[in-house]
Design a protein around this ligand. Structure first.
Ligand code: B1M
Length: 212
């Protein structure tokens, strides 16, 4: 089992999509819990990719192939992580904020929320404040879930909250924010209703925000 997790970890670091898909499938077939594969194999590898980038050993192309390998593995895990098919707990409009292309964390949060019976309207990445506002209006969302991975794009969370206020929607929708650089202090300062450090705590937060 350790060897399988190591092979998944190495596959992501090497950007080897075929290795990741083969080993994730093998791990699932061997009964390894999807959460273990995700956290110990994949999320841990991505943290290492980030470290290698910071140290100047990896550049954008290496990050990109690592992300593709991770996404291929996530596609296999998704059916296991998203098992609920009961009444929707609430509607969530989700997206990565304007200027930010990092969507893996947001996708994971969406998957876990879906698994907890939330209905997800995923706007993707690089989502403008106007698109968030339009979607909240169009889908009568209960929650807006914004993700940002860059310190330079985090301010767009506040811009989006301000746009919701200007459209008269702020008191009709709960706002949750997250992503590696987002802290509880930052969330409070920009007037969000809460933040969570990972996808499973994002589910707990979403449930508490709608009083579920
Ligand atoms: Co970029 N990148 N990247 N990158 N990238 C980071 C974020 C960075 C920290 C790397 C580093 O320097 N160590 C750094 C940001 C530094 C900073 O701002 N302080 C960085 C940089 C600099 C850049 C570029 C500027 C590089 C360049 O061009 N010179 C560029 C910017 C592009 C843009 O967005 N405009 C860039 C590009 C890219 C790729 C496109 C190549 C690729 C993204 C591909 C994709 O997502 N489709 C990429 C990647 C892969 C990374 C790292 C290596 C991995 C990110 C990731 O997927 N993590 C990242 C380093 C790192 O994070 N250590 C890095 C795994 C994921 C599961 O975790 O997203 O944190 P995360 O999500 C978690 C939690 O944060 C939380 O739950 C998730 C699951 O547990 N969470 C929420 C996330 N959203 C949430 C929302 C919630 C609640 C919880 O509520 C709504």
């Amino acid at each position: 089992m350790e060897a399988l997790l190591q092979a998944i970890y190495d596959g992501i670091i090497d950007g080897n999509k075929d290795q990741v898909t083969a080993k994730v499938q093998e791990a699932l077939d061997n009964g390894l819990p999807p959460e273990t594969i995700l956290n110990q194999g994949m999320v841990a590898a991505m943290a290492e990719v980030g470290r290698l980038f910071e140290e100047g050993e990896y550049f954008v192309p290496e990050m990109l192939v690592a992300a593709r390998a991770m996404q291929a593995g996530l596609a296999l895990l998704k059916p296991k992580l998203v098992q609920a098919d009961v009444k929707a707990a609430g509607k969530v409009v989700a997206g990565t904020v304007k200027g930010d292309l990092h969507d893996i964390g947001k996708n994971l949060v969406c998957m876990m929320l879906e698994g907890a019976s939330f209905e997800i309207i995923d706007l993707g990445s690089d989502v403008s404040p106007e698109r968030f506002v339009e979607a909240v209006q169009a889908y009568q969302a209960d929650i807006v879930a914004m993700s940002a991975l860059l310190t330079t794009t985090m301010p767009n969370m506040k811009v989006t909250i301000d746009a919701l206020k200007a459209a008269g929607l702020r008191d009709k929708v709960k706002v949750m924010v997250g992503g590696a650089p987002v802290t509880p202090e930052f969330a409070r300062e920009i007037g969000a209703d809460g933040t969570a450090p990972d996808a499973s705590q994002a589910v707990t937060l979403a449930k508490s925000l709608i009083g579920a």
